[in-house]
Ligand binder design. Structure first.
Ligand code: PRT
Ligand code: ZN
Length: 292
């Protein structure tokens, strides 16, 4: 194992948990090459001056705020809860979840004001308290470090405030969602001095270009289709290409090949119209990166 090189940029990510796999995948898609095995403490990238430190997600805000590392990848929920002095740089489009207040299915609590005077168990006391204050609700908050979902059954709380992704945990514990506190996803944060540092700026910008390239590509698809010539103008108008002009290449037997890059959700919106205009097959290809 090589020692950490202090001239390199440093990024902290979750060692083992819900964000680990997708963070590693995201970094690799950004073209970073590094080894990663279970007992690792840190990795050094082979092709970029970056060290990756593997830590508990709760420690990432402090490491970034104190400058131990320049960058961190963690859930927005932790940032909202702890409010460390760091700069948020990017939303990373994975690790989606929602902080919800939930109550037992048979509970008499049916709206926010019913929470007045009640007890809410949570691992997110600050986020929950801010939400209650904004909504002028006065409830008692009990901070729990884990398994919040069992507290109503134990008689410890009337409601819980917890993260939810599939909703299975709520269902398994006979709970129902009452109200959303906020949505969350994985984000990239930076140390405030690192972003302002001339020495680090070039490396940081290079890394950000890579990250943004992967994120743009995730939303866009490269599409190819064969269009009947008499419908060409109409079909081209249906293709709202935002970042790449629609290219029409040599026609054959009355058909012209069209290629373009469009947002995937737009593609699903216009598929029916394209079919109606005589397109029989649409080839949809993934894009690895869009560098701009
Ligand atoms: O060991 P370490 O401290 O690093 O990890 P951890 O156990 O504190 O965190 P971990 O791995 O559970 O979560 C890391 C991050 O993943 C969180 O900070 C969120 O940003 C994100 N995330 C996404 C989630 C969920 N989805 C999620 N569903 N974090 C937690 N949950 C839990 C939730 O608390 C509840 O217990 O999953 C349960 C509900 O899930 P569903 O699918 O049943 O609704
Ligand atoms: Zn944690």
């Amino acid at each position: 194992m090589t020692a950490i090189n202090n001239k390199n940029l440093k990024l902290a990510m979750q060692k083992e948990g819900r964000l680990t796999e997708e963070t590693l995948e995201f970094l690799r898609k950004s073209g970073l090459e590094f080894e990663s095995y279970n007992q690792r403490l840190f990795s050094t990238c082979r092709n970029f001056p970056l060290e990756i430190l593997y830590v508990r997600d709760d420690d990432i805000p402090d490491y970034v705020a104190s400058g131990t590392v320049d960058l961190g990848i963690l859930g927005q929920n932790i940032l909202s809860e702890e409010r460390p002095k760091v700069k948020k740089l990017l939303n990373l489009r994975f690790g989606f979840c929602t902080l919800f207040i939930a109550v037992p299915k048979e509970s008499q609590i049916n709206n926010l004001s019913d929470l007045n005077g009640k007890t809410i168990a949570t691992t997110y006391p600050n986020s929950t308290q801010n939400f209650l204050l904004k909504n002028k609700v006065e409830a008692k908050i009990v901070t729990i470090s884990g398994s919040v979902e069992i507290t109503p059954a134990l008689g410890v709380a009337d409601a819980i405030s917890d993260l939810l992704s599939t909703g299975s945990t709520l269902a398994l514990n006979d709970l129902r969602p009452l109200t959303k506190v906020y949505d969350s996803e994985a984000i990239l944060i930076a140390n405030e001095e690192s972003v302002a540092s001339k020495n680090k700026m070039m490396l940081l910008n290079n890394l950000l270009t890579r990250f943004k390239g992967v994120l743009s590509a995730k939303n866009y698809k490269y599409i190819l289709m064969s269009a009947p010539e008499e419908k060409l103008t109409k079909i081209k108008k249906m293709l709202p290409s935002l970042i790449f002009p629609t290219l029409a290449t040599i026609s054959k037997n009355g058909f012209t090949t069209l290629q373009t890059v469009i947002k995937e959700d737009v593609l699903w919106d216009i598929t029916g119209k394209l079919k109606a205009a005589g397109i029989s097959q649409i080839f949809v290809l993934p894009i690895e990166k869009i560098i701009s």
